[in-house]
Design a protein around this ligand. Structure first.
Ligand SMILES: Cc1cc2nc3c(=O)[nH]c(=O)nc-3n(C[C@H](O)[C@H](O)[C@H](O)COP(=O)(O)OP(=O)(O)OC[C@H]3O[C@@H](n4cnc5c(N)ncnc54)[C@H](O)[C@@H]3O)c2cc1C
Length: 329
């Protein structure tokens, strides 16, 4: 998968001619590839979007919000209803197969690392269409989210602790020592629970991330986005303690699928954070999300390819068989 992405033009960070590998929470070996220091997702997305745009058989509909999943009389998925967000125009798209990839639910929480689009609307649509939804109580909180001067939540990647940064309480003590064999790099749920306990004990709304002992050139090279974002908020990553607190980060549950990404509604697939494939158990390990999205996207594509010739065009409930197709077909 990594090789395929590189052939597609994704530029991962290299060290002495080999992929540079990092460690994050709960990891026992360095095996996380990364790009642009701390911009892996953005780089993977850039190369995938470029490939899609180059493919003349793919039509991209911008500013098109899916508002519901359509089902036929048998309860199979047969398309989507959408709204053009610039004109408000509603459209129906009929399809033999729909792949839902609408991301997580972070915006349901007051503090989240997620962008504004992560509202869980895709999961709600799948539920309305009759899909089984699973493990919604498994929400992962990220230990180190920084509130910027502009009031935005900014995630400070675990890779900073992978490079040796410490977590300290208000007295300056490293409270994770003795709490987990990996100390600050324990699994996220363990670290977050300790942070919450420390914040309650100390009556504060934050703890501190300390990267002052890490060489300046390492921080600059590995975490350029963090250095710049902290600087914008008047905080110096190299010499100051950084105020951080936990925030909702990743939905482990979602629309239940099998290992081919099929949901319980025939013709409806789910992929990425919206899906609950089961591969993360109850606690995803850092950096397995992008990987899951990529691996399952390929499995879904293969499954659709295998079944497409057997699938017949379907009509939504309430429409007559011979009715003319809608404008969005
Ligand atoms: C700050 C941050 C850092 C992270 N770092 C890592 C990392 O280093 N490694 C890792 O593995 N994971 C990381 N994760 C997690 C990972 O990025 C996400 O789980 C992953 O991007 C989810 O991908 P996705 O395609 O499923 O959803 P998203 O990337 O959230 O995309 C969902 C898309 O669906 C669109 N959408 C939603 N609803 C609708 C609708 N109704 N109609 C039309 N479109 C809709 C949204 O606009 C969005 O474009 C990070 C997450 C965050 C927030």
């Amino acid at each position: 998968m990594i090789r395929e992405l590189m052939e597609m033009g994704t530029t991962f960070d290299m060290k002495q001619g080999k992929l540079s590998l990092a460690t994050e929470g709960g990891h026992s070996r360095a095996r996380v590839v990364h790009a642009g220091g701390d911009a892996t997702g953005a780089e993977v997305e850039r190369s995938l979007v470029r490939s899609v745009r180059k493919n003349q058989r793919v039509t991209v509909h911008e500013r098109t919000l899916v508002v519901d999943i359509l089902t036929d009389r048998d309860g199979s998925c047969c398309g989507v209803a959408t709204m053009d967000t610039s004109t408000g125009e509603l459209r129906i798209y009929l399809a033999k197969v729909v792949v839902l990839a609408t991301g997580g639910v972070g915006q349901m929480y007051q503090f989240t690392s997620n962008p504004s689009v992560c509202t869980g609307d895709g999961i709600a649509m799948a539920y309305r269409a009759g899909a089984i939804i699973s493990d919604m109580e498994f929400v992962q909180f990220h230990p180190t989210v920084f509130q910027t001067k502009r009031g935005e939540s900014f995630l400070i990647t675990e890779a900073v602790r992978g490079e040796g940064a410490f977590l300290r309480d208000k007295k300056g003590d490293r409270f994770m020592l003795g709490k987990h064999p990996l100390a600050e790099l324990g699994p996220r749920d363990v670290v977050v629970r300790e942070i919450v306990e420390v914040m309650e004990r100390d009556g504060t709304d934050h703890i501190y991330l300390d990267a002052r002992h890490i060489a300046r050139n390492v921080l600059e090279e590995r975490f350029p986005t963090i250095v710049a974002t902290l600087q914008e908020s008047g905080v110096d990553f190299f010499t100051e303690l950084i105020q951080v607190s936990p925030a909702a980060h990743y939905l482990i549950g979602g629309v239940k699928t099998n290992l081919d990404g099929e949901t319980s509604v025939s013709g409806l697939y789910a992929c990425g954070e919206t899906a609950c494939t089961g591969v993360h158990g109850a606690n995803r390990l850092a950096s397995n999300s992008l990987l899951e999205g990529l691996v399952f996207a390929r499995r879904i594509a293969q499954s659709i390819k295998d079944s497409l010739s057997r699938l017949k065009p379907k009509m939504p409930q309430g429409s007559s068989e011979g009715s003319s197709p809608s404008p969005g077909d």
